[in-house]
Design a protein around this ligand. Structure first.
Ligand code: SF4
Ligand code: SF4
Length: 147
């Protein structure tokens, strides 16, 4: 059984985490790498079933991770005090969950100990999206698993 002292996400705030702890919060669902559209009237964000061209949609990993902000200037930058203001961060995202005072889900790799659990739970974008350079929202379906 995992030692209580290793469950840093339950004892530290997002701001208190080390860089390694912070990075380990990502469950590699790939949801934040999907294109999105915003409803002009309600302001609600809808995710499209189209991912950034730099997302490996099988592994759900960014292939330019260390250069992502240079490569894609509007790639989402996550900072502890910014999380709650990022509207297109999905409900299931671990950063958003902790920022909103929720627990990590049981499929999260830190909880389950299994990096594949996020895919098996159907939360990730694996096998559900395509990648696209040019996106016309009228030509793609919405990604419907997230909230
Ligand atoms: S939505 Fe959150 S948990 Fe999922 S890949 Fe993006 S940062 Fe990681
Ligand atoms: S550059 Fe990488 S992290 Fe940024 S949106 Fe594209 S795939 Fe995701």
């Amino acid at each position: 059984m995992e030692q209580k002292e290793n469950r840093f996400w339950e004892t530290k705030s997002l701001k208190e985490m080390t860089k390694t702890e912070w990075e380990s919060l990502c469950d590699y669902c790939g949801l934040c790498c999907l294109y999105s559209v915003q409803d002009g009237k309600t302001g609600n964000i809808k995710l499209l079933a189209v991912a950034c061209q730099h997302l490996d949609i099988s592994a759900c990993r960014c292939v330019v991770y260390n250069e992502r902000f240079k490569t894609v200037p509007d790639c989402m930058k996550l900072l502890p005090d910014k999380i709650r203001r990022i509207k297109r961060l999905p409900y299931t995202c671990a950063y958003r969950s902790l920022a909103e005072g929720r627990e990590l889900e049981r499929w999260h790799p830190l909880v389950s100990g299994d990096p594949n659990a996020v895919h098996e739970a159907g939360v990730s974008v694996r096998d559900k999206v395509v990648t696209g350079v040019h996106v016309n929202p009228d030509e793609f379906n919405y990604f419907t698993s997230g909230k």
